[in-house]
Design a protein around this ligand. Structure first.
Ligand code: ADP
Ligand code: MG
Length: 626
């Protein structure tokens, strides 16, 4: 079957070709003719990444009467990111369909701009429920000519508590409209609730319901909770070129894991609901252009995110809702590519494995966290490859050659190789030499699904450090407490001093009672004297910055920003960073302060030449340092 067989207009076929789509996906093949030709409500269930947007978007565009200046189509979706994504996609589809105007409305962006866009003429609105209600209230949106309403990711909208909002929005649409519901999963309760919105809908399910895409490998790694971070890092070190999303259950977990990774020199950042819209956009932009290669996200924040080429999805914790497992894994293996999903599971939680397997209709394969030796071997070979491929600047080194030869004259070729490798590699070997095996014996996997999937009240002990690999950073610090603040560089604080001033002004505490500050892109940590944290928390929570609530709370884990002992500290960290850098493309700056946005400009404007030059510079710098 081809797109030509579906009844689509010339304009749409042209746009589809321009998008590079060759054949319709199964859900498109089944939905498009149905949505073009029948007047019934419709439910389309298909896995993530199967092209549901085009499945409803193309028929919606085709049925817009462009002589009639009114909103005729409405798409509701759960998150701002998704909203933007759908609008972008549908705008592409409508490229040649003259007079079709798609406008996205979502929270966190200027409502005036959106009102203006609507006034300029919109016939399709893509909206999040909250902002849509808001605009109805302001009489900026009128839906009395809407004939098609799409509920995209309907289950998630209902999970997120948008039920009342959706009811209200649908009430403002005419009785004759049709509702098209699209989702990856359809839990029974959602089915029940959504039956309120639809009358005897046509139901189309593609693939096994809830099963996951065939091109995703599902794996799990059995480690103790306290070794999860270490396991994550090992996988990251072991897969050069990893481009991954790490899912955590809570906002705070995402921040903590991201902070640790950043301190360890990885291009990582957190994405969660507490960030301002600007912050989220920045993070997503960096992820899309691969400035960030590890995105640490909550389920909701990453819902529906469509970034191609995600190679790995990690479940740092298993989700509360088993449905979320499918959504998470579906962030990889998009558009026919292959992907790997790895769940880090503590033995106590291993009963959930069976539940997941039942849900996705596949078995989860046990994988071991790579050993120090595996990783060293991998990194070493990578380095050797760099040596093989490096371009030699004959002219540049000419003045030094004689001197170098003289200094090395007493070494044999073998010795020289060993020494050069050691210079590069000692810190890395050292990191992993005594790291030991963190894998838990598979005999400890629970056979029954006796622990309930919903375990919200879980204690904090399930998380934490990477024993052994960072023991030195524990203990002996003077800061007894640290607070977390959801304010960072993205809010305009260019250095710690600026943030310090802000904190003192806003909370009335004395600068002398604050200790070490770690300033990250979207959040910060600050050490506090006894009693000072409480004062900051009560003074600052409830305040605003850029229309966003400031949030201050005690950090329970000591962030790895604690310098002075650990390898996260400066010197060792510096060397280590350069290795991490090679992992993600060989171009991370080693010497520079990563947190000053060192990575940010890499790919976008520097291009590969500068990146390579940067890599070589690192190579030299590191040598000089040691
Ligand atoms: P879903 O909503 O089912 O999760 P999307 O609509 O977001 O999936 O589509 C996933 C990706 O596949 C997008 O990048 C989209 O552009 C692409 N895509 C959609 N349909 C096709 C097709 N027929 N051929 C190739 N790529 C497609
Ligand atoms: Mg979708």
């Amino acid at each position: 079957m081809t797109f030509n067989d579906l009844g689509l207009s010339e304009e749409l076929l042209k746009a589809v070709t321009a998008c590079g789509f060759e054949t319709p996906s199964e859900i498109q093949e089944k939905s498009i003719p149905e949505l073009l030709n029948t007047e019934r409500d419709y439910v389309g269930l298909a896995q993530t990444g199967t092209g549901k947007t085009a499945a409803f978007g193309l028929p919606m565009i085709q049925q817009i009467d462009t002589d009639f200046n009114a909103i005729q189509g409405l798409v509701l979706c759960p998150t701002r990111e998704l909203c933007i994504q759908i609008a972008r996609e549908m705008t592409n589809y409508a490229k040649y369909s003259k007079g079709v105007k798609v406008v996205a409305v979502y929270g966190g962006a200027s409502i005036q701009d959106q009102i203006r866009a609507i006034k300029n003429g919109a016939n399709i609105i893509i909206g999040t429920p909250g902002r849509t209600i808001d605009l109805i209230g302001r009489k900026a949106l009128k839906f009395d000519s809407v004939s098609k309403v799409v509920l995209d990711e309907a289950d998630e909208m209902l999970n997120m508590g948008f039920k009342e909002d959706i009811n209200e929005i649908l009430e403002s649409t005419p009785a004759f409209k049709r509702v098209w519901l699209f989702s990856a999963t359809m839990p029974r309760e959602v089915e029940r609730i959504s039956s309120n919105y639809m009358e005897d809908p046509i139901k189309v399910t593609v693939g096994t319901k809830n099963s996951s895409a065939a091109n995703i490998e599902h794996k799990f790694c059995l480690v103790q909770g306290r070794d999860k971070y270490s396991a994550l890092k090992r996988f990251a070190d072991h897969y050069p070129g990893m481009f991954g999303i790490v899912f955590c259950r809570t906002r705070r977990d995402t921040q903590e894991v991201a902070a640790k990774l950043m301190n360890d020199g990885y291009n990582a950042d957190a994405l969660h609901g507490d960030l301002s819209q600007g912050q989220r956009d920045t993070v997503m932009k960096k992820f899309r252009n691969k400035t960030i290669t590890m995105l640490i996200a909550t389920d909701v924040a990453a819902r529906g995110i469509d970034v191609d080429d995600v190679s790995h999805v990690f479940h740092y914790d298993l989700p509360d809702e088993i449905e979320s497992y499918t959504h998470r894994s579906g962030r990889t293996g998009r558009a026919g590519k292959s992907g790997i999903s790895i769940a880090l599971i503590a033995p106590q939680k291993s009963g959930k494995i069976k539940l997941i397997e039942k849900k996705i209709g596949k078995t989860l394969e046990l994988v071991k966290a790579p050993s120090g030796q595996d990783i060293c071997g991998m990194q070493l070979m990578k380095m050797i490859k760099n040596v093989q491929e490096v371009e030699i600047d004959q002219k540049g080194i000419a003045p030094f050659v004689a001197q170098i030869h003289e200094a090395l004259a007493d070494f044999s070729k073998e010795e020289i190789i060993e020494r050069f490798v050691s210079v590069e590699f000692n810190s890395f070997l050292k990191e992993y030499a005594k790291s030991g095996d963190i894998n838990v014996d598979p005999s400890r996997i629970r056979k029954g699904a006796d622990d309930r999937f919903n375990d919200r009240g879980r204690g904090r002990s399930d998380r934490g450090g990477d024993r052994g690999e960072r023991r030195s950073s524990r203990g002996g610090e003077t800061n007894t407490k640290r607070v977390f603040i959801n304010v960072g560089k993205m809010d305009g604080f260019e250095n710690k001093g600026q943030l310090l001033g802000f904190l003192c002004n806003q909370s009335g505490v004395d600068g002398g009672s604050l200790g070490k500050i770690d300033l990250f892109d979207s959040f910060s940590f600050v050490g506090v004297d006894d009693g000072v944290g409480e004062k900051m928390i009560s003074a600052m929570n409830g305040q605003n910055i850029e229309n966003r609530d400031i949030r201050v709370e005690f950090s329970q884990d000591k962030p790895q920003g604690e310098r002075g002992g650990g390898r996260g500290g400066n010197r060792g960290g510096g060397e280590r960073k350069s290795f991490g850098g090679n992992r993600s493309g060989g171009d991370r700056r080693s010497g520079g302060d990563r947190r000053s946005g060192g990575g940010d400009r890499r790919r976008s404007d520097a291009g590969s030449t500068e990146s390579r030059a940067g890599g070589e510079r690192n190579f030299r710098e590191r040598r000089r340092r040691s």
